[in-house]
Write a protein of this length. Sequence first.
Length: 270
Amino acid sequence: MTVLAAAIALVGSLFFALGAAVQQFEAVGSARPGLLALLRRPRWLLGGVSIAAGGLLHIAALGLGPLTVVQPMGVASLLFALPIAATLHGRRPSRAELSAAGVVAAGLMALVLLVPEAEGPVHLGTTGVVTLVGVAGAAAALLWAGSLAAAPAGRAALLATSAGVLYGATATLMRALVDGTWNWWYLLALPVPALLALAMLQRAYAVGHFGVSFASLQIADPLTAVAFGALLLGEPLPTGVLPVVAAALTAVGTVALARTSPLEERRAPA
């Protein structure tokens, strides 16, 4: 069953990568990359379907195999996404670009494996939800503000990181709901960070540096969820020097991606 779980998770990563690459292709080619405008583009919607299918396959894989096998397969989406995006833009990814992505994936995979598994149900009170939404919102706003004065690669990274922070907050709130912390207004609050994250991510994609955007999202989302899990849910954090080395790898790889990934130009309207 473990082999089957790994295979399903790998296929899920492929679907996720395909959907992200298609959505970026549409966002960078749109004169108005806002969420409402993109919702009118059929290929962007198909990208969303592909991402949803990838998520469902990942959940199915978690039901068949251990987290330590399934989670690293999810990181592989970065290695799938770059060649797919490059093909859509009519080019081949460079060796330097793929090497940088490999460094990011290796560091992120190590971080995922080093996070201790939480034991037992979690509880998130009203104060915790307010703190979660407030901290995530403030961090996302600061990252967005910083992106306004950044160069294109930096802007893509900051906007995608902002989206990752909001997605990480969404995942934390979802986990609390699944584990039994039930309140009707928690459920109403859930779509807010998720929709803001989606809109912010499309802004990041529209900048043109897909590798930087996707890598930043892949890093910020789980790290934010881990941080909120420790801060608000009392979950354990990884200790020792290995997490520091893994984090350094992801940082080095992301900087290298910013230097090697080309700026995808906006396509002329059809």
